[in-house]
Design a protein around this ligand. Structure first.
Ligand code: AMP
Ligand code: ZN
Ligand code: FE
Ligand code: FE
Length: 273
């Protein structure tokens, strides 16, 4: 069976609703997908009953956390109604709103005239993120593509960047575990190498269950490396596309299928095969 354990929807910065994402995944013949929105898990309620055609939908989340640098922690098979997790989501949504206001101020100083209404319109859910800014910047002609909007205005090296307040990585893992889920280190290949090297020996201690060894941004060599690191530290391996839609136009749902026997082993451990 084919799985995709990392998919974004309109509940964060994806272009497709949970229902649309499921429809595409079914058309591609996937056996299961995890909905893993940034700092948000309420999208699951829209598709929780959808088990037709052998397609399983797992509740998940991708928490933004910090440990020296930025770390993304996937939570798989969470109870999406867990109170502490929902409290965290609500708090984060508020700080994302405050950060959006600061970004608008910086953009204004850079000569960009966009409004909070426009950014909120681009964002279908509560999780205001930089990709929503990017889509408004493209729509209004300030950039020719999302990529250019990031390079010129939004990336962490660009003038209009505002850092988002994040929880520490151990608290992120605890939130996920307390919500009954498995914590997985997302796309280690996208992390700053120094952050990854410091975190690796602590993963098990912090309560991580797995590593997303297979991600479209990883070369085959990196995938092999992350698998062997996972094995060394007694962790399981997962695979996901990190599908968003237009923000990452080259990535499609279910495209990350290099997981093979290692992913099968993990799915068995989760009781999902
Ligand atoms: P935020 O959570 O608001 O800080 O936005 C993070 C999201 O922005 C990531 O999940 C990516 O989808 C996107 N992103 C971050 N950096 C870049 C970049 N340099 N180019 C394109 N997209 C990016
Ligand atoms: Zn995203
Ligand atoms: Fe991520
Ligand atoms: Fe993601």
């Amino acid at each position: 069976m084919k799985f995709d354990l990392h998919v974004h929807t309109t509940y964060s910065d994806g272009d497709y609703t949970p229902q649309e994402v499921i429809k595409i995944a079914k058309e591609k013949g996937l056996g299961g997908i995890a909905i893993t929105d940034h700092d948000e898990c309420r999208g699951y309620k829209d598709v929780s009953g959808d088990k037709s055609k052998g397609m399983n939908v797992y509740a998940g989340i991708e928490l933004a956390a910090k440990f020296y640098g930025e770390v993304h922690v996937l939570g798989l098979l969470i109870d999406w109604q867990n109170k502490p997790l929902l409290n965290h989501i609500e708090k984060t949504a508020k700080s994302r709103y405050q950060r959006a206001k600061l970004m608008l101020g910086k953009l204004k100083k850079a000569g960009v005239d966009i409004s909070m209404d426009e950014v909120e319109y681009a964002c279908k859910g509560d999780i205001l993120g930089r990709p929503h800014f990017a889509s408004v910047l493209v729509k209004k002609g300030y950039a020719s593509s999302s990529k250019e909007a990031f390079t010129r205005y939004l990336s962490d090296k660009a003038p209009c960047y505002v850092r988002l307040e994040k929880i520490d990585v151990k608290s992120a893992v605890d939130l996920i575990k307390d919500a009954g889920g498995k914590a997985v280190l997302a796309h280690p290949g996208l992390m700053r190498v120094s952050t990854f090297n410091k975190l690796l020996p602590k993963l098990e201690d912090y309560g991580f269950w797995g590593i997303e060894a297979y991600h479209p941004s990883h070369t085959d060599g990196q995938c092999r490396e992350f698998v062997s690191m996972a094995k060394r530290y007694g962790l399981f391996v997962t695979a996901g596309s990190d599908f968003h839609g237009n923000v990452k136009p080259k990535v499609s749902i279910g495209q990350e299928q290099r997981g093979g026997k290692y992913l099968e082993e993990s799915m068995g451990q989760l009781g999902l095969t």
